[in-house]
Design a protein around this ligand. Structure first.
Ligand SMILES: Nc1ncnc2c1ncn2[C@@H]1O[C@H](COP(=O)(O)OP(=O)(O)O)[C@@H](O)[C@H]1O
Ligand SMILES: [Mg+2]
Length: 295
C-alpha cells in the first residue's frame, strides 16, 4: 500500500479537487483507494457526500463516531488510543475517511509527544482492500500536517499559476526539509502538479529542485513541460467544476443529464484523458503497480 499526501501551505491551489478526482480515477482504474480527509475544513468530505449524509455524520452533539474527530476523541479525552471509524463507502473501490472541523482541536494535543497517530488509523481502515491512500491536507505548516506527513510515503505538491506559488515553495521546502532532516520523517516528494498557465511558470521547475529536492538547478532553468518532477499541467475546467460539485461526481464522469451538453461533452472527454495521464504519472513516480487493464 502507498500513502500519498497532497499538500501546499498556500490554499486555493486545487489540492482538494485533485485528491477528489484522483481518488475516483484510481478507483475507476481498478486501484482501490482510501481517500483521507485530514483537513479540518473537510471540503473533500463535502465534495463526496450530499447534505443529508453530512448532517448525519456531523450532528450537533459532540460525538461524531464516524469521522476523524470521533477517531481522535479518545486521545483528546486522555482516555485511550486513536480508534478507526468505519470506512464511508463511496463505491466498492473507493472509501472515505470523513473529515471534521473538530480535527482542529487535535493540533494542541499534538504539541505533546507522541504524535504519530495517523499511520495505524489509516492502516486499519485500509486493511484488506485499499492499495492506495490519498490524503487531503489543509494549507498550513502546523503540527497536524506534520503528523499526517509522518504517516505518508510520499508528498505531492499542487501549485497554483502565480508568483506566490513559486515563493511558497521556499517556505514549504524549508519546513519539509526540516521535518525530514531533524525530525526524521521518511516521506519522499513525488512531484508537483501545476494548475493553469502563467508567464513565470518555468521558474517553478527550478524552484522545486532548489527548495524541495535541495538540488542545484541547471542553467538555464528547465521547462515545466519537460521537467520530470512535473506530474501534470492541469487546465482550469471552468464550468465543469460547478456541475461536478452539484452532481457529487468527478468532472470526467459528467453526463448530459448532469448538464454536460454541447461543448462540455468534449471538455469531459479531455478531462478524463488528463486525469488518466496524471494518475499514470503518479503511479510511476511512487512505484505503484497498476492493473494491466489500466495500461
Ligand atoms: N482544475 C480545476 N478547474 C476548475 N476549477 C478548479 C480546478 N481545481 C480547483 N478548482 C476550483 O478552485 C477552487 C479551489 O480549489 P480547491 O481544490 O478547494 O483548492 P485547495 O484545496 O488548494 O484550497 C475551488 O472553487 C475549486 O472548485
Ligand atoms: Mg483544500
Amino acid at each position: 500500500m502507498k500513502t500519498i499526501a497532497f499538500f501546499n501551505n498556500k490554499g486555493g491551489v486545487g489540492t482538494t479537487s485533485l485528491v477528489y478526482h484522483l481518488s475516483w480515477m484510481f478507483a475507476d482504474l481498478g486501484v482501490p483507494v482510501l481517500a483521507a480527509d485530514l483537513d479540518p475544513q473537510a471540503s473533500l468530505t463535502t465534495m463526496f457526500l450530499d447534505h443529508d449524509r453530512l448532517e448525519s455524520l456531523w450532528p450537533d452533539d459532540d460525538e461524531h463516531p464516524a469521522t476523524i474527530y470521533g477517531a481522535i476523541r479518545p486521545i483528546l479525552r486522555g482516555a485511550g488510543d486513536i480508534a478507526a471509524p468505519p470506512v464511508e463507502w463511496i463505491t466498492k473501490d473507493l472509501g472515505l475517511l470523513p473529515g471534521d472541523l473538530g480535527l482542529s482541536l487535535f493540533e494542541a494535543a499534538l504539541s505533546r509527544p507522541p504524535n504519530v497517530a495517523f499511520a495505524p488509523l489509516l492502516e486499519e481502515m485500509a486493511k484488506g482492500w485499499a492499495k492506495l491512500v490519498l490524503i487531503d491536507l489543509g494549507p498550513n505548516l502546523g503540527l497536524l500536517n506534520r503528523a499526517a506527513l509522518f504517516a505518508s510515503d510520499h508528498v505531492c505538491l499542487p501549485l497554483g499559476p502565480d508568483l506566490y506559488s513559486r515563493q511558497a515553495l521556499k517556505t514549504l521546502g524549508a519546513a519539509l526539509t526540516h521535518w525530514r532532516g531533524s525530525d526524521g520523517l521518511a516521506f519522499a516528494p513525488c512531484g508537483y502538479v501545476v494548475m493553469g498557465n502563467y508567464p513565470l511558470l518555468n521558474q517553478l521547475a527550478s524552484a522545486y529542485r532548489t527548495h524541495i529536492l535541495n538540488e542545484s538547478s541547471p542553467e538555464p532553468s528547465p521547462n515545466v513541460a519537460g521537467d520530470p518532477n512535473c506530474l501534470a499541467q492541469l487546465k482550469h475546467y471552468r464550468s465543469l467544476m460547478p456541475l461536478a460539485m452539484e452532481a457529487h461526481k468527478p468532472m470526467f464522469e459528467l453526463k448530459p443529464a448532469d448538464g454536460a451538453i454541447g461543448a462540455h461533452f468534449e471538455a469531459v472527454r479531455q478531462c478524463r484523458a488528463d486525469f488518466l495521464r496524471l494518475a499514470t504519472a503518479i503511479a510511476a513516480s511512487v512505484g505503484l503497480p497498476m492493473p494491466s487493464s489500466a495500461l
